[in-house]
Design a protein around this ligand. Structure first.
Ligand code: ZN
Ligand code: ZN
Length: 88
């Protein structure tokens, strides 16, 4: 498959809500949309991990309180750092 075709397919799937884009540093990654979740991103190896929204409801509430920012319903927090493997 041509890369442009893959890209267009991803955009279409993202719009359909089947996959979602994770905009970290470097190339955009795509994940399957299951339960709404947030992401962590390892700045060293680029590993993306999903965290179910229910674990961060308090954080989201505090964010909204402090900044007025309302993450979208699919979960839109992105935390940067180093993964377990890279910080060992
Ligand atoms: Zn995801
Ligand atoms: Zn890592």
């Amino acid at each position: 498959m041509h890369l442009t075709t893959v890209y267009r397919a991803l955009i279409a799937l993202t719009e359909a809500g089947v996959v979602h884009a994770v905009h970290g540093p470097g190339p955009t990654r795509y994940g399957l949309t299951g339960e709404p979740h947030h992401h962590t991103f390892c700045q060293q190896c680029g590993q993306v991990t999903a965290i179910a929204n229910e674990h961060l409801t308090e954080t989201v509430r505090r964010l909204a309180e402090l900044t007025g920012l309302q993450p979208d319903s699919a979960g839109s927090l992105l935390a940067y750092g180093r993964c377990e493997g890279c910080s060992a």
